[in-house]
Design a protein around this ligand. Structure first.
Ligand code: ATP
Ligand code: MG
Length: 396
């Protein structure tokens, strides 16, 4: 069998860019090849029969995808393709752009030989994104988003004819037919790019934001906010390197900033967002505006007030809040909240309240909340202070 390194890693090797996602395509039976490879190296192996692809994890953690070289045909636009084993040349033909349709042979006798059937190397040199054939975007409209991703990441330009095809695809209803997970995956990958602000601008230029929600467009207000998000993310990453945030989700929240709560829910549903992300969106929609108002109103907020304003926001919401506030003072409040307020807890818990002879019930939560406030504001400094206060609160 012949085995080839394919796709993004070949492109990035030629560009001199780091890439650790290794894809191997095998002419013949990729699954047999994968089993042998896994046996020889004691690697974990998972085989997806339907697509003739395998996933290997080596003992040192290195990961590898193996596929059988294949030809694809699309029964109808946007449907998942039917697959037949074939040559490397056919396999490269089903790829999105010429720069991603390069392979390097790994067999000893041909080791290092570049397979470039569609002019990928020339396009890399000319910095061009080009589809392999005219039906490409119809076969798979995710390529509309992928074109923007590579254009912006590498500073390439979309070749003229490809651009005409892309515009036609973007103006049509093709993207609407994509499943939620496929659309979400491409959008989030776009927003994970270092150049997210520019990629969003590009999405808007092709009027693609409408596929998230018909009310969305790039207003001057949104453009300003996105610049703020970039700065806020940079600040956060420097200030809190060990509190990672989902960068793509922050940009996403920014894009949806002008939408109503029901609009936001509709977007979450359209993209079939995982529960955790959908939940964060909902929290931000509900709590960000009141938090901002509350912080802006009080120049000398009590710690407990800052705490209450921010406690319901996920970290991504805090980053967005700072971007929207455009105020050093509020960034400072958020900092203090994260480094001190968030760590404060009352010393007493339910068991202690019981030991004090207080009757269990909903009142416990009220008392504990009030104890936390007292701690935050320095009104209670010791456990004894808290006991006193708890007794007073219980009496009413
Ligand atoms: P990145 O560096 O962002 O991961 P990549 O080129 O590796 O870019 P992947 O999505 O990881 O992109 O896909 C790996 C390869 O699979 C691509 O280089 C391309 O050859 C092929 N490919 C991926 N998605 C598509 C698609 N929608 N249509 C055609 N070919 C695709
Ligand atoms: Mg990749």
């Amino acid at each position: 069998m012949s085995a080839y390194l394919v796709g993004g890693m070949v492109r990035d090797l030629l560009l001199g860019r780091k890439n650790l996602d290794m894809d191997i395509t095998v002419e013949g039976d990729g699954m047999t090849f994968a089993r042998h490879l896994a046996d020889q190296h004691g690697a974990g192996l998972k085989i997806f029969d339907r697509f003739a692809t395998a996933f290997l994890v080596f003992p040192d953690g290195f990961k590898l995808d193996v596929a059988t070289a294949r030809r694809e045909s699309y029964a109808r636009p946007t449907a998942l393709p039917t697959v037949k084993p074939s040559s490397i040349k056919d396999d490269l033909y089903r790829r999105d752009f010429t720069i991603n349709a390069l392979a390097i042979c790994l067999n000893a006798s041909r080791f290092g030989e570049l397979v470039d059937s569609y002019g990928g190397q020339r396009d890399l040199e000319r910095k061009v994104i080009r589809v392999l054939h005219d039906r490409s975007f119809e076969d798979d409209p995710t390529r509309v988003f992928r074109a923007i991703r590579f254009e912006q990441r590498f500073g390439f330009h979309i070749e003229e004819h490809t651009l005409t095809l892309l515009k036609a695809a973007a103006a049509s209803d093709l993207v609407r037919r994509l499943s939620g997970p496929r659309l979400r995956n491409e959008v989030m990958r776009l927003l994970s790019e270092q150049s997210a602000t520019r990629t969003i601008r590009r999405l808007a230029e092709f009027d693609l934001l409408r596929f998230l929600h018909t009310d969305l467009s790039l207003t001057p207000q949104l453009a300003g906010l996105l610049v703020g998000v970039g700065k806020s993310l940079a600040w956060w990453t420097k200030r809190f390197p060990r509190r990672p945030v989902d960068r793509a989700l922050v940009y996403f929240m920014g894009i949806l900033d002008g939408l109503s709560a029901s609009g936001t829910d509709a977007v979450a549903k359209r993209l079939a967002l995982p529960g955790e992300q959908a939940n964060k969106l909902r929290l931000v929609k509900e709590h960000l505006a009141p938090a901002l108002r509350s912080l802006a109103r009080r120049r000398t907020a009590k710690p407990s007030e800052t705490y209450r304003a921010l406690v319901n926001l996920p970290n991504e919401g805090l980053v967005l809040l700072i971007a929207k506030a455009r105020s050093k003072g509020i960034a400072r409040l958020v900092s203090t909240y994260l480094t001190t307020h968030q760590l404060v807890k009352p010393s007493l818990d339910g068991t202690d309240l019981k030991a004090l002879g207080l009757k269990p019930g909903p009142v416990y939560k009220k008392i504990l909340d009030r104890l936390l406030e007292a701690r935050l504001n320095g009104e209670a400094k010791t456990k004894a202070d808290e006991r006193e206060l708890a007794k007073k609160l219980a009496k009413g």
